[in-house]
Design a protein around this ligand. Sequence first.
Ligand SMILES: CC(C)(COP(=O)(O)OP(=O)(O)OC[C@H]1O[C@@H](n2cnc3c(N)ncnc32)[C@H](O)[C@@H]1OP(=O)(O)O)[C@@H](O)C(=O)NCCC(=O)NCCS
Length: 188
Amino acid sequence: MKFETKTFILNDGREALLRLPTEADAEAMLDYLRITAGETDFLLRYPEECDKMYSLEAEKRIIERIVASETDLMLVCTVDGEIAGVCNLMFNTRMKTRHIAKVAIGNVKKYWGLGMGTRMMEELISIAEKREGVIQLELEFIEGNHRARALYEKLGFRITGVHPNAIMLKDGTLLNEYLMARPLKNGA
Ligand SMILES: CC(C)(COP(=O)(O)OP(=O)(O)OC[C@H]1O[C@@H](n2cnc3c(N)ncnc32)[C@H](O)[C@@H]1OP(=O)(O)O)[C@@H](O)C(=O)NCCC(=O)NCCS
């Protein structure tokens, strides 16, 4: 999917760049996956799973596939040349569900609270708003992720369902996952 690189200013005055990834980002993307997985329990992966799941070559192919895709969009947000966050927008393709799109986001902890998540999510919402026939955006968050929930509610998402015990942490803790949805202009 095409995307024209955008810049914006973080709350601390630094410039952030929101752009499509390239194959040259593959190594930094693997670091990003490991770092973010270790910083929070609110993403689906543990750091050690990243090494098993993604080799450098596999990551390059994933980037290549996503950049060429007309239904999946991945954007990286960089600050001072470093990957500070990644977000995804996925459009469904089946006739019965193609009115719905899904979003996901994960930012490196040292960049939290700088307005980056808001700016990234606003961009995905704006892209989804322009896609013909798509009337609803959806996402999930894990129980206890107050920061994510606040971000999503601020941007118009509302809880629509709960997946009980969707997550089991290493220590056996069970957590629910909440489904959120947000109507888009196409559906108004
Ligand atoms: C959730 C996440 C994407 C938010 O990104 P961010 O860059 O910190 O977002 P912002 O700085 O734009 O803040 C967004 C909102 O979070 C809320 N927020 C900020 N700090 C908060 C805190 N300490 N406690 C609760 N909510 C907080 C506020 O509502 C804020 O909006 P506001 O500043 O206009 O009031 C980011 O924390 C993250 O990547 N977390 C780890 C991975 C994750 O949980 N991903 C989401 C999976 S569903």
